[in-house]
Design a protein around this ligand. Structure first.
Ligand SMILES: O=C(O)C1=C[C@@H](OP(=O)(O)O)[C@@H](O)[C@H](O)C1
Ligand SMILES: C=C(OP(=O)(O)O)C(=O)O
Length: 426
């Protein structure tokens, strides 16, 4: 297991153009290309473990994938049964969206993942899919992978989801495209909407009315995607926090998606007092542009609304809480408990180990800003936990163990982080 020691950062000023491409959009590019009539062309696809696993699954399902190192071209003549077990690795997005895509495909499919993914709940997709006729199974009555899927005819549905989850919504939208009539899906708060935007861009008949999405089944194949994947705001956010907590620092994060369902963590950091500005440079499928973050003294905030818009960034935001004046509170965030690790415990235990006063409740935690002290933190195999505590190292020199997981979402993280401070691999 590799680990890393990080040294306290001096003030830095830089523009970063090489933030990892967006993970959510890259998964969708690979999968949605299978619904198109013609060749999809994807540039800046995220070449990280999670999304390369999805691309590999798409190949196993019969798609032609030609990668010239710059553009990935995907063409498909429909989903074909595979003799391979389809391995989603560490990715909840991969597994849940493939459940939706495969539940109407002809044949039998087996989805699995690594030890962490095999512990994460899948009933949130298998149950509503079963209700409309899908044949899915797994341990604990379809809750735990490996999952087996036998494609079936799907009935039209009106589904009211109790959780704001883009993975559940996307799985159901993919199923709806092959159902026997118009479907509707509603959620308690709007979750990220890349699936709706991208499929609509490809010609699917999808309408959004507030929290309700109406989907008409596909009458014909969709138009191929022509897309350059923007940078991932949840990866960019680590450097936003590094700048916000390091006096005198200034960072420009280039080419990031500015989709409002994805930049709520930047808005939270702004509420804390960081000096943040946004510049939109293009708009295809979604607004894309640059985010500039300058250090300013930080104060505590409460985070309780639109939690799904910043769920992936909460571990990194918690490092900013630890450096702020006052007690910050996170509520309504029990979804954190079913990510790659139980992120409420991993954040709380990690901050405590750094000498910060923290209180844990079932759906969140509070953090009293203070003096972070040098510590050794185990990532528990969770990429967001590893990168968050490495960023904390900019403030107090930190030793983080089990760092291989960073390759699931941000393989060039250290190349960039080394521009900010000294990093020593052990
Ligand atoms: O749809 C997606 O691409 C994602 C949705 C979110 O999960 P939930 O749908 O479980 O909220 C997020 O945490 C994950 O990193 C990516
Ligand atoms: C939760 C995450 O991803 P997934 O659910 O796809 O594993 C994440 O990247 O923080």
């Amino acid at each position: 297991m590799r680990s890393v020691k990080v040294t306290i950062a001096s003030p830095f000023s830089l523009a970063i153009s090489e933030i990892a491409p967006d993970k959510s959009i890259s998964h969708r590019c690979a999968m949605f290309a299978m619904l198109a009539d013609g060749t999809s062309e994807i540039t800046n696809f995220l070449r990280a473990e999670d999304t390369l696993n999805s691309l590999n699954i798409v190949k196993n399902l019969g798609a032609m994938v030609v990668d010239d190192g710059e553009v990935i071209r995907i063409s498909s003549e429909g989903i074909k049964e595979s003799s391979e077990i389809l391995d989603c690795g560490n990715s909840g997005t991969g597994m849940r969206l493939f459940c939706g895509l495969l539940s109407s495909a002809e044949g039998h499919f087996v989805l699995t993942g690594d030890e962490y993914l095999r512990r994460r709940p899948m009933k949130r997709v298998t149950a509503p899919l079963r209700d409309i006729g899908a044949k899915l199974d797994g341990r604990n009555d379809g809750d735990l992978a490996p999952l087996s899927i036998r494609g079936a005819s799907l009935k039209a549905f009106n589904y009211e989801s109790k959780i704001a989850s883009a993975q559940v919504k996307s799985a159901m939208i993919l199923a709806a495209l092959r159902a026997d009539g118009e479907c509707s899906y509603s959620e308690p708060e709007l979750s990220r909407d890349h699936t709706e935007r991208m499929l609509k861009g490809m010609g699917a008949q999808i309408e959004t009315d507030g929290l309700i999405t109406i989907i008409k089944p596909m009458k014909k194949l969709l138009s191929p995607l022509k897309i350059r994947v923007p940078s991932d705001p949840s990866s960019a956010f680590f450097f936003a926090v590094a700048a916000a907590i390091t006096p005198g620092s200034d960072v420009v994060l280039e080419g990031v998606t500015l989709n409002p369902t994805r930049i709520e963590a930047f808005k939270a950091l702004e509420r804390m007092g960081a000096d943040i500005s946004y510049e939109t440079t293009e708009n295809k499928y979604e607004p894309i542009g640059n985010i500039r973050v300058k250090h300013s003294p930080l104060k505590a905030i409460i985070v309780e609304d639109n939690i799904s818009w910043l769920i992936d960034e909460l571990p990194a935001l918690s490092i900013a809480f630890a450096c702020a004046d006052g007690v910050s509170v996170v509520k309504n965030a029990e979804e954190l408990r079913v990510k790659e690790s139980d992120r409420i415990s991993t954040v709380v235990n990690g901050l405590r180990a750094c000498g910060i006063e923290v209180e844990e409740v079932h759906d969140g935690y509070s953090v009293k800003g203070g003096e972070l002290r040098a510590s050794t933190i185990d990532s528990h195999g969770d990429h967001r936990i590893a990168m968050s505590f490495i960023i904390a190292g900019a403030k107090c020199s930190m030793h983080v163990t089990d760092i291989e997981c960073i390759n699931t979402s941000f393989p060039n993280f250290f190349e960039i982080f080394q521009k900010i401070t000294k990093v020593e691999f052990l």
